[in-house]
Design a protein around this ligand. Structure first.
Ligand SMILES: Cc1cc2nc3c(=O)[nH]c(=O)nc-3n(C[C@H](O)[C@H](O)[C@H](O)COP(=O)(O)OP(=O)(O)OC[C@H]3O[C@@H](n4cnc5c(N)ncnc54)[C@H](O)[C@@H]3O)c2cc1C
Length: 433
């Protein structure tokens, strides 16, 4: 009997340390980030990063031979639940998106030279990266429609295309770009990945797209989502990352763990909002009693707790399955948590915001910012609808329509079969009358 919901004491001690550290050292940065600027922020986090390294928690997503801790997805998940409480904690721990996912790609598909040149500096925090796949002109939820191309010319490749929502594109030292190299191949084997230095001639970073989360126009700041033109960018042969035509395959391997980490980070945010919900419910009085005494608010608290617990167990289960059987085996579980977790995140923050009334809507609390952040979770790494569709398709593979068209649970049909099966017994029972 191997089911076990406990955490080993040594790791629990690490989690305790992370909880205290993130709350006391990282949360305060949130309120002065705007004043610090890019350079000031880097200076503020350097000593914190040093403490994380000393504690052996730096870049924990990678195996030890690459300077990580090789935690596996369950431990990483528990860790991300804590880091998710602040947008700045992942960077302090060396596993912020998209660098963490990109380092996984480089570890998985990179040559020794590519690892030396790009992965090691990325892990050391000396370089930053971005992942450039989505294009404004075609549906990002169906990347087989990509239009960006990389065409061989002599020993080089020539890259042309228009991307957007390349997170951290304007602060990255290099971009991992998905481009079509084999337009005639099977649709999942048409694209390849390339490592593109951000200063390569022909890379034009047009802007950071203002979003719900960051509505003000700004450029060149951590967390921006860049629109980029690649115009006749000439790349050497060794810019190809992984085998030609393997772009989607590598992307799938990267996205599985990334989705688990996202879901656990969302639970960290949800928990923070939930704590605020409970605190306010106890403190505020209206219509003769505390908000905590109103049944609607009690329902919000109970529903939020139940949904967070469900999402947490689903996510840790997906992580456990991935650790034991690999990302492909955990595909359905990962699809489930991606859309379920995004909804829980949204709903818990929404209730916490509502219980605070005008204060929740104001920027005096972080809830409105969390709410705007939460909305994107239903879109990036695949919109909800695509995950639902893919989960449903996988589940349907385990079913067949009934051969005779009659539902297999049809009661009159089952009754007839049962009557035939128990005919003797039924006869005996009725003849006793
Ligand atoms: C905050 C944020 C960060 C991002 N970071 C990156 C990044 O770093 N790199 C990168 O390459 N991309 C990034 N993206 C882009 C993201 O991956 C895409 O937005 C996403 O894949 C959806 O593509 P799209 O925006 O083109 O929407 P579309 O593909 O046009 O889809 C629009 C809508 O159509 C509906 N839809 C689509 N397919 C189906 C279906 N099968 N059934 C029913 N409805 C459907 C859904 O409601 C969907 O929201 C980011 C996006 C956001 C919001």
């Amino acid at each position: 009997m191997a089911w076990d919901f406990s955490t080993e004491p040594e790791f629990e001690a690490q989690l305790d340390w992370m909880r205290n550290f993130v709350r006391s050292e990282v949360w305060p940065l949130e309120t002065v980030f705007g004043d610090l600027g890019e350079d000031g922020f880097r200076r503020a986090i350097e000593p914190l990063q040093a403490q994380v390294k000393e504690r052996g928690l730096w870049a924990a997503h990678l195996p030890p031979d690459l300077g990580g801790q090789g935690f596996g997805q369950v431990k990483l998940g528990l860790m991300h639940e804590i880091l998710g409480t602040s947008p700045f904690a992942p960077v302090v721990f060396g596993n912020q998106a998209p660098d963490s996912g990109n380092s996984e790609i480089l570890a998985l598909a990179g040559t020794e030279d590519q690892k030396e040149r790009w992965l090691h500096p990325l892990l050391a925090g000396e370089k930053r990266s971005a992942f450039s796949m989505t294009e404004p002109g075609v549906a990002g939820s169906d990347p087989t429609t990509l239009r960006t191309t990389a065409v061989p010319e002599g020993d080089d490749w020539v890259l042309n295309g228009h991307k957007w929502f390349t997170s951290n594109g304007s602060v990255a030292d290099f971009l991992i770009v998905m481009a079509v190299t084999d337009p005639e191949a099977h649709r999942y084997q048409r694209a390849s990945m390339f490592i593109v230095p951000a200063d390569a001639p022909g890379v034009r970073i047009l802007r950071d797209v203002p979003t719900m989360e960051h509505p003000q126009e700004h450029f060149g700041r951590y967390g921006g989502h860049s629109e980029i033109l690649y115009e006749d960018v000439r790349l050497p042969a060794d810019a190809l990352l992984g085998p030609r035509g393997a772009g989607f395959l590598i992307a799938q391997q990267r996205l599985g763990p990334g989705r688990i980490h996202h879901c656990m980070r969302w639970l960290g945010v949800s928990r923070r909002a939930f704590d605020m919900l409970c605190e306010r419910a106890l403190a505020r009085e209206a219509h003769g009693s505390r908000l905590a005494d109103k049944q609607t608010v009690q329902n919000w608290i109970a529903d939020s707790a139940a949904e967070m617990q469900a999402a947490r167990l689903m996510t840790l289960h997906a992580a456990w399955k991935m650790d034991r059987e690999g990302a492909a085996a955990a595909r359905t579980e990962i699809g489930l948590i991606k859309f379920y977790g995004a909804r829980v995140l949204h709903d818990v923050i929404d209730r916490a915001l509502q219980v605070h009334g005008a204060l929740g809507y104001s920027t005096d609390l972080p809830l409105e910012q969390m709410y705007r952040y939460a909305r994107a979770a239903r879109i990036y790494d695949g919109p909800d609808e695509v995950h639902r569709q893919s989960v449903a398709r996988q589940l349907l593979r385990g079913y067949d329509p009934p051969a005779d068209g009659v539902p297999s649970e049809h009661v009159p049909t089952r009754r007839e079969a049962a009557r035939a099966r128990f005919a003797e017994l039924l006869e005996a029972v009725t003849s006793n009358d």
